[in-house]
Design a protein around this ligand. Structure first.
Ligand SMILES: Nc1nc2c(ncn2[C@@H]2O[C@H](COP(=O)(O)OP(=O)(O)OP(=O)(O)O)[C@@H](O)[C@H]2O)c(=O)[nH]1
Ligand SMILES: [Mg+2]
Length: 206
């Protein structure tokens, strides 16, 4: 594993883009439905138990949470979408904030979209995929909680979702199995993030 990830530290939580950290360098955003497992994915990818807050109550992360990897690189935990109990006004505000972030954030190098393998490609996921394609943002999808299915069923879902992505959006979207609990797909996720973040020399470890 690139030592960069293990050095991740909390930078800031913001409720609007104006307060986000300076927009330089390279950033990867973790997006997905509420409760899909975004924060858990960030923790296991950075090998830290509680960097991003994991919650049993969906819809808790309403802020953009920035994590610093080094002076030039960050991970961002985006607020989860599509939680039914969130009032409609808040859903609209969510959409505006995410859309603003995706369209204006110049350091954004890619979107890591987390989908619960048992509920892939919801309407909200599709909206996110369309936004990414609209703004030419590289997109990679992790089907997480793969531990909830047998290996065979997980692979079956992987192939079905892959087929749908190809037929609906063409071939440019990465797709993998993932589990924060059983640590499935961590190397694959690191390789994707390395590709998006490693366009400048790695910070020399001190
Ligand atoms: N079995 C299993 N449970 C997981 C996995 N990843 C996350 N969970 C659980 O799913 C729930 C939600 O996880 P979070 O990481 O908080 O999800 P989130 O997408 O950040 O949710 P919000 O911040 O509310 O949008 C928690 O109870 C986690 O423990 C996984 O790979 N396997
Ligand atoms: Mg979260």
């Amino acid at each position: 594993m690139n030592p960069l990830y293990h050095k991740a530290s909390f930078l800031s939580s913001v409720s609007n883009l104006e307060n986000a950290p300076s927009d330089h360098g390279f950033e990867v955003a973790f997006a997905g439905r509420s409760n899909a497992g975004k924060s858990s994915a960030i923790n296991v990818i950075t090998q830290q138990k509680a960097l991003a807050r994991v919650s049993k109550t969906p819809g808790r992360t309403q802020l953009l949470n920035f994590f610093r990897l080094d002076d030039e690189r960050r991970l961002v935990d985006l607020p989860g979408y599509g939680y039914a109990k969130v009032p409609e006004g808040m859903q609209t505000a969510w959409g505006a904030m995410i859309e603003g972030y995706l369209s204006r954030r110049r350091s954004l190098r890619g979107v890591f979209l987390v989908m619960d393998i048992r509920h892939p490609l919801t309407d909200f996921d599709r909206r996110m995929i369309e936004w990414c394609s609209h703004w030419d943002l590289p997109l990679h999808i992790a089907l997480t909680k793969a531990d909830k299915l047998s290996r065979g069923a997980a692979l079956d879902t992987l192939h079905k979702v892959g087929g749908k992505l190809r037929s609906d959006y063409g071939g440019a979207i990465g797709l993998q199995l993932f589990s924060a609990l059983k640590r499935i797909g961590i190397d694959e996720a690191h390789a994707v993030l390395d590709g998006w973040l490693a366009s400048v020399p790695l910070e020399i470890s001190r």
